[in-house]
Ligand binder design. Structure first.
Ligand SMILES: O=C1O[C@H](COP(=O)(O)O)[C@@H](O)[C@H](O)[C@H]1O
Length: 264
């Protein structure tokens, strides 16, 4: 992969949010023009709060700065196998931070695809069923090799994991299934489902949103070392190149030797 990811650094989340908004709305516009909807995969962790800060602001009222939630189809980049009202649920997190706060009269309502609770007892079944959902939305499995998300909004864990793809885990080598199950996640809860690495890499655009001094060490590793390039986030950088953008802050990038971009 010749081209490098784009790294954007801001003083803090308050300054990052407007640029993240602009970036997401540019992808929204392009996707609606391409196929009439905006298919987004979102992570849990710290992402939903920052995303909400970006999307819930009123904007300047122009079409280019308006979130058209009626056209959004929201999927989960990873999910924990817990009930949807459980505190560990990525769906609950997104609902609490963003979905419940949308002014639906003004900005519409996204179609959201959570996991189905009836399959929670079996993580593999949960993954298989979620893959079926993707098949139904992204066309029959036979005619589409991989689902093409318009945008994946991802986090970066302090160990370099993204989605529920953890460092050195055999799931990183999976090339067939679109959605994988994990029953031994190093970070609790242990049972989860996750998009596979090829599905992530196939997205039209991939944005990491990760801020704070707690990310400094892992950023140094990902952007400066061979070992870091083999971590899940590093593999996304390597595999998707300039389709990838990092929205981060000065605290996370302190002492990290990576070129930063000023504007989108
Ligand atoms: O467990 C998870 O962690 C990652 C990273 O979370 P963060 O709090 O460091 O942003 C998150 O992206 C993933 O969706 C979640 O399941």
């Amino acid at each position: 992969m010749g081209k490098s990811p784009n790294v954007y650094a801001f003083p803090g989340v308050a300054e990052l949010a407007p640029t993240l908004r602009q970036y997401v709305l540019t992808q929204q516009q392009a996707s609606i023009e391409r196929h009439g909807s905006f298919r987004v995969a979102v992570s849990g962790g710290s992402l939903p709060k920052t995303l909400a800060q970006a999307l819930l602001s009123k904007g300047d009222g122009t079409p280019a700065d308006t979130v058209d939630f009626n056209k959004w189809e929201i999927f989960f980049a990873d999910e924990r196998c817990v009930p949807l009202d459980h505190d560990d649920s990525n769906y609950k997190l997104l609902k609490d931070e963003l979905l419940d706060k949308i002014d639906k009269e003004s900005f519409g309502e996204p179609k959201v695809y959570p996991i189905e609770e009836k399959y929670l007892h079996d993580a593999q079944e949960c993954a298989d069923q979620y893959e079926k959902v993707l098949v139904s939305v992204f066309a029959a499995r036979d005619s589409v090799k991989l689902p093409a998300f318009d945008l994946l909004l991802l986090g970066c864990g302090p160990d370099g994991h993204t989605c529920s793809l953890f460092p050195e885990h055999p799931l990183l080598r999976e090339t067939d299934a679109w959605v994988l199950s994990i029953s031994d996640s190093p970070k609790p809860p242990p049972k989860r489902i996750t998009l596979s690495l090829p599905v992530v890499l196939h997205g039209a655009k991939i944005a990491f949103v990760a801020t704070g001094a707690g990310k400094k060490d892992i950023f140094k590793s990902i952007f400066e070392t061979e070992e870091g390039r083999a971590l899940p986030c590093g593999l996304v950088n390597e595999g998707a190149g300039d389709k990838v953008s990092w929205f981060t802050d000065n605290a996370a990038l302190e002492g990290v030797n990576v070129p930063r971009r000023g504007n989108l």
